[in-house]
Design a protein around this ligand. Structure first.
Ligand SMILES: Cc1cc2nc3c(=O)[nH]c(=O)nc-3n(C[C@H](O)[C@H](O)[C@H](O)COP(=O)(O)O)c2cc1C
Ligand SMILES: Nc1ncnc2c1ncn2[C@@H]1O[C@H](COP(=O)(O)OP(=O)(O)O)[C@@H](O)[C@H]1O
Length: 312
């Protein structure tokens, strides 16, 4: 799959596509139904199945404090789109300049001239262009005039509930990882590269692989039993903390994983961390020795939960 970052990187050879536009945060089953429609239309026409997303997501630019926690950062989203068999992922850098682009210009310049869109799939509540002036009806009219088809996405439901990024976020916050998985079509996972930390973990017998979340807000916080998948596909059990580490005056929210029965170097590796159970909220301890005792308890709890899960 091809990743195109920025409209300035669209080349004449990219003309001709079946396109969908949206945030696609999570790439859940609702999104996957839309992607299947895009792929089928693209295959029938012999053009590229293309997804346009925005980075940051528009609300993260306009109202960063109120923007919902992302289920997938850019990389995770890209990998999930790739797993769906999409040909091209076009990431628009969403800044004030792009937000000011008049709706008509977006259609004429980006959709028609640059992308040569043949078939467009968007939600009927999709708004775009300066001051959100563009809407579904405008796209339909422009399509008739400029020669592309426009269809709306259908609401995808499961047990009467509309599958949405919001519903998945709520399931995660309630520790209902099984429900989140049924809506995502895969286990909820956080992915990233192991970076260097303060090197304190090893001094208490709990080395922790530190992974930057690359999100404005995290949908999860606290201590969890987890499964860890390495790039070579090897699986391990572990215990993880997602938080600011108030005991050691951390700043950014980070994911830290202690892998059970493992001793080796994980720096630089890509890890996929699948939370399976919520254990407790993060706390500030008055001494590092107290935190050590608590982590020992957390590790026992996590092992018990993971064993009972594998027996189920
Ligand atoms: C299972 C687990 C639970 C944790 N719980 C907390 C916590 O409640 N409060 C806190 O400040 N840090 C918590 N941490 C983070 C530790 O402060 C951190 O792992 C330690 O400072 C080592 O950091 P380092 O990897 O940068 O050396 C936890 C870590 C793990 C693995
Ligand atoms: N069982 C393990 N779980 C997690 N990391 C481990 C483990 N064994 C060794 N490591 C290595 O140790 C590092 C973490 O040690 P730590 O002292 O916490 O350092 P840092 O502060 O840099 O994360 C990991 O990034 C990894 O390379």
């Amino acid at each position: 799959m091809q990743l195109i970052r920025g409209i300035h990187n669209i080349r004449p050879k990219h003309r001709g596509c079946v396109l969908t536009i949206g945030n696609f945060d999570g790439v859940h089953l609702g999104h996957q139904a839309v992607l299947a429609q895009v792929k089928a239309q693209a295959a029938a026409r012999g053009v590229a199945a293309t997804v346009m997303t925005f980075e940051p997501q528009p609300q993260e630019l306009f109202q960063p404090a109120r923007a919902p926690a992302r289920l997938t950062n850019l990389r995770e989203k890209h990998l999930a789109l790739r797993a769906q068999g999409i040909d091209r992922h076009l990431v628009i850098e969403f800044n004030q300049k792009f937000a000011n682009l008049p709706a008509r210009e977006f259609i004429e310049r980006v959709l028609v001239e640059q992308l040569g869109v043949e078939f467009l799939v968007v939600g009927d509540d999709f708004r775009f262009g300066h001051g959100r002036e563009g809407d579904f009806a405008m796209l339909v009219r422009a399509g008739k005039e400029l020669g592309f088809a426009v269809v709306d996405t259908h609401s995808y439901r499961q047990q009467q509930q509309r599958v949405s990024s919001t519903a998945i976020r709520e399931a995660l916050q309630q520790g209902d990882f099984a429900l989140a998985e049924t809506m995502l079509g895969r286990p909820y996972a956080l992915q990233g590269r192991v970076v260097h930390g303060a090197k304190k973990g090893r001094t208490i017998g709990f080395p922790t692989a530190n992974i930057q979340l690359k999100r404005l807000h995290s949908p999860l916080q606290g201590v969890f039993a987890v499964q860890v998948v390495r790039n070579d596909g090897k699986m391990h059990a572990g215990v993880a903390n997602i938080g600011r580490k108030p005991t050691v005056h951390g700043e950014q929210v980070q994911l830290e994983v202690h892998v059970f029965d493992y001793a080796g170097d994980l720096y630089g590796q890509q890890l996929k961390v699948i939370p399976t159970h919520f254990i407790r909220a993060e706390r500030k301890f008055s001494a590092f020795a107290e935190l050590k005792l608590q982590i020992e308890q957390d590790a026992i709890t996590a092992k018990t939960l993971l064993v009972s899960r594998s027996v189920e």
